[in-house]
Design a protein around this ligand. Sequence first.
Ligand code: AHR
Length: 499
Amino acid sequence: MLCLAGFTQSFAQISVSITIGDASGIRISKHIYGHFAEHLGRCIYDGFYRNGKIRMDVVAALKKIKVPVLRWPGGCFADQYHWTDGIGPKDKRPSRVNTNWGMVVEDNSFGTDEFLQLCQLIGCSPYMAANLGSGTPEEMQHWLEYLNYKGSTTLTGQRAANGHANPYNISFWAVGNESWGCGGNMTPEFYTGQYKRYASFCVDFPGSKLKKIASGGYGDQYNWTETIMKNIPLDQLWGISVHYYVFPGGWEHKGSATTFNEAAYFTSLKKALYLGEILDRHSAVMDKYDAAGKVALVIDEWGIWTDVEPGSDPDFLYQQNSLRDALIAASSLNIFNNHAGRVKMANLAQTVNVLQALILTKGDKMLLTPTYHVFDMFKVHQDAKLVPLKIETSYFKNGTDSLPALNASASEDSGGVMHISLVNLDPGKAITVRLKDIMNKYKTVSGEILTSANFTDVNSFENPGQVVPVTFMGVRKVVGECAVVLPPRSVVVLELKQQ
Ligand code: AHR
């Protein structure tokens, strides 16, 4: 085996081991690496779309990380959005007030055709959230006819006049958003009745099979999943959505994105790791009704939600993004990968300038956040076969509480290349991980690492290269195995090749 050169470091160290199994039959859906774009703050206008044009710098950055799917137009905005407002000549489109996000005027210059052009440029699948809260089944039906019908009707004629003669054949289709809250304050029983009514009119046109996704609960609201699985025939359901955010200090006092102490770091990570239990328990409910695992769990909003940047509009949810957030992203992606039997899509909130963004913009300038780099490093897992790991971890403490310091996931791609993503959450101690039983199969190991001196470190317009991935030099050959030295607060992705 050829391992990389030795790595000198001076951190206190802990030794643990990971045993790697054989590739499973479970594929890590590329859609787990999905994103979300809402008409909120500067996400669409300024972020994706500026001066009447799609931003090609943003498109290029998203193409590089192979964004597989993009959710739009909300969020809460989806249940106030009427799609016909956003098609046709721009000077004829109506202005509306965005009552969810800051009472700003929405001029509808970015609508269905612009969104689908954006997806085509990125090379990703569109995932559209239809309006169940304030819309009608008729409106939903007409939108689908506009999008997916091949024949000649008034609506498909409008589509052709708007520059798209051929159907778009979109498949991912959410029936409402957060129907327990901003989507209509419904009970799960009432929602499932509405879902069946609306979904009856969401028909499959020839050449386009819809994947209908029900709006489920928030976090540990397992009763939503239970009621949806019980009340909706499974053949009318491709997936159930669940949302989960990390609010470091709670909803009321979320806490700064950039100035926080070790206790707040610990609490944020604890909340992030709780995702594992949430997925286990939703999956257990789904297993009761769907032992074959046909219905997907879709975490179509997730990420850390902090206070907005000082001086920015509180309704625009613009926040900076630190190394802590990158560690949360990497740990969450490891958790999703390890639940890939049930989790078939996830969408980080939100791609540009809102919440845990991949990209921040200022005028014509663009900045890649530490979270962006995690998605870049982890893209190797997309559509690869999940490889089970037996992880022995160390723990790090805050007062009397403790958390597992190490998390990981692994996959094997179609060329037989193995990737292992490792996260050391310990703020002060390195971890030496022994990778057991890999000597016979793999000959070379290489990797990348993302870390920085402080968990509060960010990339800024003045210093965009503070937290960026570099070549990893921490793999050492030990008798019969590899030893990987993970510095404190680091993300490492290894590539193991058989040749
Ligand atoms: O992502 C911001 C908001 O969070 C979304 O609009 C809503 O669905 C959730 O509450």
